[in-house]
Design a binder for this molecule. Structure first.
Ligand code: MN
Length: 498
């Protein structure tokens, strides 16, 4: 995933009004918190203690150093005592990375029997964090605020979750999308302003003629193709379904050549996401199916029919979930068809071929079947069903004057019965709060039929990422009603007006 060895700095605010003994306690307490956070095993990245910040010059210097250290992905701030917030203005105004305000306190309980004014002066986060929070709000700086006791697992998990958002913010500008096909003719929602996307998200989106990449496919050696084809045969169930064994293997080998050739192209030219289009395949013998599924599994972003926005979002969400223990998967996805039986409502999710195997549940098979679209030979694809449980589906749309990220919490389920005649990987989910309100909200908000989908990220994380990018986020979840959603969309028209 090419991620750096990111770290987060822990910066404690105080002042020199309370004497050296107090400052020594402040430093000790902060060191204890940092050490316990690291020992908890719940954070995906290391926290690094920084000397207590008590004046303008050191605060400014610390934030400058954080800006300039490529391994620092964010600063966690906490006011142990009161820290006059004007001291933070210069440092904060120059700071450019993710900011977390951890509103916590070293002691959990008020020490009823011994508490005196010295204790109160030393342990006044309730006081100092409000002064600090005020200046961050007044300066209009986007930041995360997490309140709670630092040793609580729930608080640590929220810090962990924010760290992944911070990685998304840091890594967004390293996403480069290659377009080897333009947007599908006449399709609206997959279009968008690529210049604005680079301004807002830092994405580089470049076009190449399709035959630039097919040259790489044609150049793959027979030995390499045979080896990867054998790997497929060793890894997946071969579902011949009456096809000739030799002919089947030849079809699978076409996808092996595409996987190797595409990956070489992407690596050589430093792209982390790709779009294709069934109508623009150049000399490719098949629409990339199995090949794209494998590339997504390796961490590449993908969007079909030229959908570079979704390709970049899939890559972003794979970066945010990189290295996650027990990850359930992240994929490109498409809303296809409904089940409208009362009590069993949901949306069957699939694509022509390109669903990421990270979301699979149980065995993965290979099938070779005709594709009704395009004019190439029957493509090989991986087929499977997907995991159950909560997940999010996101859609980044261009409204003409701005981007909007729509985030829907969904509940993934098994379909009532298997679908033996359907030769594609699938998922099935019910959007929250229910199918009717969820789908009505999605359509009112302008969401696409393509989504970037993940079991491993929360709506809160994606909304925080959107906020950091300065774009609108619309949540569709258990609390959504059509009346509130329509008002929210109406108000956002004003709030996000340029
Ligand atoms: Mn599509």
């Amino acid at each position: 995933m090419n991620q750096k060895n990111y770290k987060f700095w822990f910066a404690t605010g105080s002042q020199d009004l309370y004497g050296d003994e107090c400052l020594a306690h402040v430093a000790d307490h902060a060191k204890t918190i940092v050490s316990e956070l690291n020992k908890s095993g719940r954070l995906p990245f290391e926290v690094v203690w920084k000397p207590t910040l008590i004046d303008n010059a050191t605060i400014r210097k610390t934030f400058e150093e954080a800006n300039n250290d490529p391994e620092v992905a964010g600063v966690i701030t906490w006011m142990h005592t009161f820290s006059p917030a004007k001291s933070w203005i210069l440092g904060l105004s120059e700071y450019r990375k993710p900011l977390l305000h951890l509103h916590t306190q070293f002691n959990r309980e008020i020490p009823y029997d011994t508490i005196d004014m010295d204790f109160m002066n030393e342990n006044q986060s309730a006081h100092g964090d409000r002064e600090y929070g005020h200046i961050v709000t007044r300066m209009g700086i986007e930041r995360k605020v997490i309140m709670g006791y630092w040793a609580d697992e729930a608080v640590q998990d929220r810090i962990a979750s924010w760290m992944r958002t911070a990685i998304g913010i840091m890594e967004s500008s390293h996403i480069r999308v290659v377009r080897v096909a333009d947007n599908m003719r006449n399709v609206a929602v997959t279009e968008g302003d690529k210049v604005e996307a680079q301004i807002k998200f830092g994405w580089e989106i470049d076009a190449y003629p399709i035959n630039e990449i097919t040259k790489y496919v044609d150049a793959v050696s027979k030995g390499d193709i045979d080896a990867l084809t054998q790997e497929y045969y060793d890894t997946y169930d071969i579902l011949l379904e009456g096809r000739d064994e030799k002919e089947f293997r030849e079809h699978v080998a076409v996808q092996a050549a595409i996987e190797i050739g595409f990956e070489k192209f992407l690596k050589e030219k430093d792209y982390q996401a790709i779009v294709t289009h069934f109508g623009d395949l150049g000399s490719l013998k098949q629409l990339p199916g199995l090949a794209i599924q494998r590339l997504m599994e390796k961490g590449y972003g993908f969007g079909a029919e030229g959908d570079w926005k979704t390709a970049a979002m899939v890559r972003l969400m794979k970066v945010m979930t990189g290295g996650m223990k027990d990850a359930k998967g992240t994929s490109f996805m498409e809303d296809y068809t409904y089940n409208l039986v009362p009590g069993e409502e949901g949306i069957l999710q699939a694509h022509m071929l390109e669903v990421c195997p990270t979301i699979s549940d149980g065995p993965i098979g290979i099938k070779v079947c005709p594709l009704s679209m395009g004019d190439r030979e029957d493509p090989a694809r991986l087929v499977f069903t997907s995991k159950t449980g909560p997940a999010i589906a996101t859609s980044l749309i261009d409204l003409g004057d701005r981007f909007r990220l729509i985030i829907n919490e969904v509940d993934c389920k098994k379909t009532k019965k298997p679908m033996p005649a359907l030769p594609v990987a699938t998922a099935f989910w019910t959007p929250r709060p229910n199918l009717a309100t969820g789908a009505e909200s999605w359509i009112l908000a302008g969401g696409a039929h393509h989504t970037a989908f993940s079991y491993d990220l929360s709506a809160e994380q994606m909304g925080d990422w959107a906020a950091a990018m300065g774009i609108e986020a619309v949540y569709i979840d258990a609390d959504t009603t059509i009346r509130t959603l329509k008002n929210e969309l109406r108000w956002n028209e004003v709030a996000f007006r340029r």
